[in-house]
Write a protein that binds this ligand. Structure first.
Ligand SMILES: Nc1ncnc2c1ncn2[C@@H]1O[C@H](COP(=O)(O)OP(=O)(O)O)[C@@H](O)[C@H]1O
Ligand SMILES: Nc1ccn([C@@H]2O[C@H](COP(=O)(O)O)[C@@H](O)[C@H]2O)c(=O)n1
Ligand SMILES: [Mg+2]
Length: 482
């Protein structure tokens, strides 16, 4: 066959009708798989290399760090968060529990001891505790006594694994390894005078101190350590709460965010631009049907179409809009929104074409372009054919492919769109199922693109097929599987 023949669109189209790997078999093109062996202490909670792909594995808890100066209201804020998260299991770990007990010598000269310096805490032990809880184990947390500055030698507080771990203390943002275990960092802010007033009252009432000793300790250690260690760690906070426990708006927003994150797949916590449509029994039922190898072709198409329609509708929700007012038949004004007009679809041939009808049904008269990515021989070379709207650079693009497997073909298609002038943030990639490997691959390369999917599967197998997956979508949908 002559080279020009192998390059002809007809030839490639015909080839594309053969077995089609929705993830495009990579032949050495696959970037190294996400590592699952890195030591947890050196991984950040937002590190994309976290091995979070196994949906059957226990969910990782959501770790919240709460820091702030002494008596700023950290404990009060934590209590309020815990109360509002009543439908989740939440545990509170206080950094205070990890104060090193004083030696008899140190106890004699307690007024010279700096309880506000990072060295006053056993940070290694604190790290061990959070790591254990994060990996689903319980932990015997020490009990610290502020009156005699020692840990109890007999008793511990058993803290069990839970959905949310709150780690609270003046210096929880100081150590990088501890910080890296947090999914969310909150800094509780309060005026220094207010804090001092609260501290005096609390230390006298609860910690058996006298006014002079509180003021002396404050001037000698607490204030300098606040300036040197606590305040500089404020920059790591995701949220700063002024007025601590009084700030109900801030606490409501935080609780709402935690609720959203808890309901999400772990990959959505890592990549904020990945959206999984909210699962319902209807959606789960449709997935059950289309994943069943015994289903008839007719039913496969019917239920795939239903799911595709949902994904398309959901994806359209991420397009920009403008405000629009209309007058209703009652003569009233309704303030609504106008759809984004500069829009097109692009299907990745062949299976992406199965999504075109749903897009046409939702967006009247929408232009739909096509991209065909064809593996040329066994050397990893690809041929890319495209037929795209001429003004695509001015449009938001809904990229269509029902299965995101390795992410290689998606990345080629996205690269092509970007070459054509489409801003990365104007691309919404729609699919029915995504493999974690594909999500890592696409999101690392294109962090501002959005992926909308209906389920995230467990992993890819050694043949780069999605597990549990649904087989060759294109073959099953277009009836070319046997
Ligand atoms: N908004 C508030 N108004 C009045 N008192 C408060 C307020 N927030 C906290 N307190 C009191 O101040 C003291 C310190 O608050 P706490 O939450 O324990 O601070 P932290 O844990 O940051 O040291 C406690 O006695 C608490 O009851
Ligand atoms: N034996 C101790 C241990 C600690 N402190 C002080 O406690 C403060 C931290 O607790 P908060 O609830 O206020 O965050 C810290 O500023 C230490 O000075 C103490 O007085 N005695
Ligand atoms: Mg406290």
């Amino acid at each position: 066959m002559k080279p020009e023949e192998t390059n002809s669109i007809g030839y490639v189209m015909e080839k594309a009708l053969g077995p089609h790997f929705s993830g495009f078999r990579p032949d050495g093109l696959l970037s190294s798989p996400p590592s699952s062996t890195a030591s947890p202490s050196h991984r950040s909670a937002s590190d994309s290399s976290l091995a979070l792909s196994d949906s059957n594995a226990p969910k990782q808890p959501f770790v919240i760090g709460v820091s702030g100066g002494t008596a700023s209201g950290k404990t009060t804020v934590c209590d309020m968060i815990i109360q509002q998260l009543h439908d989740h299991r939440v545990v509170l770990v206080n950094q205070d529990s990890f104060y090193r007990g004083l030696t008899p010598e140190e106890s004699k000269r307690v007024h010279e001891y700096n309880f506000d310096h990072p060295d006053a805490f056993d940070t290694e032990q604190l790290l061990d505790c959070v790591q254990k809880l994060r990996s689903g184990h319980s932990y015997q947390v020490p009990i610290y006594d502020f009156k005699n500055h020692r840990r109890s030698s007999e008793s511990f507080r058993q803290v069990n694994a839970s959905d949310v771990i709150i780690l609270e203390g003046i210096l929880v943002f100081h150590d990088q390894h501890v910080r890296n275990l947090m999914n969310m960092k909150i800094f509780v802010d309060a005026d220094a005078d207010v804090r001092l007033a609260r501290r005096i009252r609390r230390d006298i009432v609860e910690r058996g101190r006298g006014i002079n000793s509180v003021l002396e300790q404050y001037a000698k250690f607490v204030k300098p350590a606040f300036d040197n260690f606590v305040l500089p760690s404020k920059k790591y906070a995701d949220v700063i709460i002024p007025r601590g426990g009084e700030n109900h708006v801030a606490i409501d927003l935080i609780v709402q965010h935690i609720h959203t994150k808890l309901g999400q797949h772990d990959l959505c916590k890592i990549y904020p631009n990945v959206y999984v449509i909210q699962s319902t029994f209807q959606i789960r039922g449709m997935h059950t049907l289309i994943r069943d190898k015994e289903i008839s072709k007719h039913d496969f198409v019917f239920y795939s179409d239903r799911l595709i329609r949902l994904v398309v509708e959901h994806g359209l929700g991420y397009l920009p809009f403008t405000e629009k007012q209309v007058v209703t038949p009652t003569g009233s004004v309704y303030t609504g929104v106008d759809f984004c007009k500069k829009l097109c679809g692009v299907s990745i041939i062949r299976s992406g074409e199965s999504m075109e009808n749903a897009l046409r049904a939702c967006c009247k008269g929408i232009k739909i372009g096509k991209i065909l990515i064809h593996r040329d021989g066994d050397n990893g070379k690809q041929l890319i054919y495209e037929k795209l709207p001429k003004d695509i650079s001015e449009r938001h693009v809904l990229l269509l492919d029902p299965v995101l497997a390795t992410g290689n073909s998606a990345n080629h298609a996205i690269e092509l769109l970007i070459q054509k002038g489409v801003p990365e943030s104007h691309i919404i990639f729609l699919n029915l199922i995504s493999a974690p490997e594909g999500i890592h691959c696409v999101c690392k390369r294109f962090p501002s693109l959005k992926i909308v999917t209906s389920e995230i599967d467990v992993a890819l197998n050694e043949e780069f097929r999605v597990i549990p997956g649904m087989g060759e979508f294109g073959d099953r949908y277009f009836g070319t599987d046997d």
